[in-house]
Design a protein around this ligand. Structure first.
Ligand SMILES: [Fe+2]
Length: 336
C-alpha cells in the first residue's frame, strides 16, 4: 500500500545518530533503555517530519478511523546476524549487538503516547520480539512458522490484547513476495446482516490457544467466553480458532458463516513489508493475515525477519490491565 511517509536519507541518519547514543540493552535493561528514549525526546531536536508523521497517524486513527499506516526508509540495524532458526531468541541475544530498530520502535511509541507492553511468557518478557520462521514450529498452528497465516487478531484468546501491532522489516528478500493483509471491522460490517452483527456481539464464543502459547502453558486450551464484535467497532477473532461454545447453536454458526462470507467480499489493504518499512496496524480494529503470494525459494522466504512490538492506544489502558500485570512492571502482562 501507499506509504504515509518516506524518510529522507538525511532524516534517517539523524534519527539513527540520536538512537545510537543509547547505552542500554533493551533485552536486559529495558527500563533504562525506555527512560533514555524519553530523555532523547525531551532534550534532543528530532526531525520535524518524524514528530509530524506520528501526529498524523494518531489523528488519522481518531478522526478518520484509519488504522493502517506505512513508513518507509526507517532506521534499522545495518549489520544483522543470520539467525539460527533452531533457537532464534537466544541467538539474537548473543549476536545482535546494535539496537537501532528497537530504539526506533520505542521512539515512535513514545512520541505517539501509545506505550509498548510485553507478555511475560513470551521471549522472557521482551518488548521487542522477532517474527521469524522457527524450525520447531514448521507446520504448526502459530504465527512463528513459514507460509500463509489465517486472518486473526493477535492473542485473540488472551484477556489483554494489543491495540496496535508494529512490524519493522529488518531482513527481507524482495524477490519473495510475502504480504500482510488487513481488513477493517467497519468494512466487514458492510456485508453483514443486522441479525448476524447482533449474534456476533453476544458472549457465546471462545478461541483456542495457538501452539506457541501452549508451549509455556500446556493446560491452557481456550479463552474465556467472549463476543466476536466488541464495542466501538473492535473485533476479537481468529479464523478457525474462534467458535461458538455451544456447537449446536445454529444461529451462532450461521453468524460465523456470514462473517466468513463478509471476509471474502470486504475491501483489503495489502502491504509487502520490505527492509526499512514500518507497518503499523490496529490489532482489534480489524483482522490481518500473512500470505506467501509468490515465493520461489522457500528457504529465502524463511529468512524474513521482522521486529515486532505491541502497543496500547493510551497510557490509561495500563491501569485497566493492571490485574494481569507483573508486580515489578505494569507494562509486562502475565497469562492469568
Ligand atoms: Fe498477527
Amino acid at each position: 500500500m501507499k506509504p504515509l511517509y518516506i524518510f529522507t536519507e538525511k532524516e534517517k541518519q539523524q534519527i539513527e545518530n540520536i538512537i545510537k547514543t543509547n547505552p542500554y540493552n533493551p533485552y536486559t535493561q529495558y527500563s533504562e533503555f525506555k527512560d533514555y528514549i524519553s530523555h532523547i525526546i525531551r532534550n534532543h531536536p528530532l526531525p520535524e517530519n518524524l514528530v509530524e508523521v506520528c501526529r498524523i497517524i494518531v489523528d488519522d486513527r481518531i478522526k478518520n478511523g484509519n488504522h493502517v499506516h506505512v513508513l518507509k526508509n526507517c532506521p534499522i540495524d545495518l549489520k544483522l546476524p543470520n539467525l539460527d532458526l533452531n533457537n532464534p531468541v537466544q541467538h539474537k541475544y548473543k549476536s545482535k549487538l546494535t539496537y537501532i530498530g528497537e530504539g526506533f520502535l520505542e521512539l515512535i511509541s513514545q512520541i505517539q503516547k501509545t506505550p509498548l507492553f510485553s507478555y511475560k511468557s513470551r521471549n522472557n518478557g521482551d518488548y521487542f520480539t522477532d517474527l521469524v520462521s522457527f524450525n520447531k514450529f514448521k507446520g504448526k498452528k502459530t504465527g512463528f512458522t513459514d507460509g500463509d497465516l489465517i486472518y486473526h487478531s493477535d492473542r485473540s484468546y488472551h484477556p489483554v490484547r494489543a491495540d496496535y501491532v508494529s512490524l519493522l522489516g529488518l531482513q527481507v528478500t524482495e524477490s519473495e513476495l510475502i504480504y500482510t493483509t488487513y481488513m477493517d471491522v467497519k468494512e466487514l460490517k458492510k456485508y453483514l446482516s443486522k441479525e448476524a452483527i447482533s449474534m456476533l456481539e453476544k458472549e457465546i464464543f471462545q478461541t483456542d490457544v495457538d501452539d506457541r502459547s501452549k508451549e509455556n502453558n500446556s493446560s491452557w486450551q481456550s479463552s474465556a467466553t467472549h463476543a466476536i464484535f466488541l464495542k466501538e467497532n473492535l473485533i476479537r477473532y481468529q479464523d478457525t480458532f474462534t467458535r461458538p461454545i455451544d456447537q449446536d447453536n445454529i444461529d451462532a454458526i450461521k453468524a460465523i458463516l456470514e462473517l466468513k462470507h463478509a471476509m471474502s467480499r470486504s475491501e483489503k489493504l495489502r502491504h509487502m513489508i520490505k527492509k526499512g518499512d514500518l507497518l503499523i496496524f490496529g490489532n482489534q480494529t480489524g483482522i490481518h493475515n500473512r500470505e506467501w503470494i509468490d515465493v520461489k525459494n522457500p528457504e529465502e522466504g524463511r529468512k524474513r525477519w521482522l521486529l515486532k512490538t505491541y502497543s496500547l492506544d493510551n497510557e490509561e489502558k495500563v491501569q485497566q490491565y493492571s490485574k494481569w500485570a507483573t508486580k515489578q512492571d505494569p507494562y509486562c502482562i502475565t497469562d492469568n
